[in-house]
Design a protein around this ligand. Structure first.
Ligand code: SF4
Ligand code: ZN
Length: 110
């Protein structure tokens, strides 16, 4: 796996885990995401695919571009606010890696 795909794959795993946790606790879904969260997850995947930074991607929360539509941004912020502090207990490795990714500086793909 290339550095490009590893970085994005990690981000996908982290956001997917956060949305699952949020949907499970807030919407009572355990096996499948609710319609609203499934649509958010589809949207996140599309943004990651088209991210201008690729392997040099900062976390979306620290991004200078913020490519999300305002409504989606509000939605993902609610997920992050809820799931962020709970991730350390549920997914410690992903949580720690996410914190490390937060120290990265954004650099556009060349
Ligand atoms: S918000 Fe920034 S880092 Fe996140 S996908 Fe969009 S451009 Fe990339
Ligand atoms: Zn949900």
């Amino acid at each position: 796996m290339s550095a490009d795909s590893r970085r994005l794959d990690r981000e996908r795993q982290t956001v997917a885990a956060m949305i699952r946790l949020y949907c499970n606790h807030q919407h009572g879904r355990s096996r499948q995401l609710c319609v609203e969260c499934a649509a958010l997850w589809d949207y996140v995947q599309l943004r990651l695919e088209r991210c201008v930074f690729q392997k040099n991607k900062p976390t979306c929360a620290k991004c200078p571009v913020h490519c999300y539509q305002p409504a989606r941004r509000t939605q993902i912020q609610a997920v992050m606010r809820y799931a962020g502090p709970r991730m350390l207990w549920r997914h410690p490795v992903l949580a720690i890696r996410h914190v490390l990714d937060e120290t990265k500086k954004a650099k556009r793909k060349t």
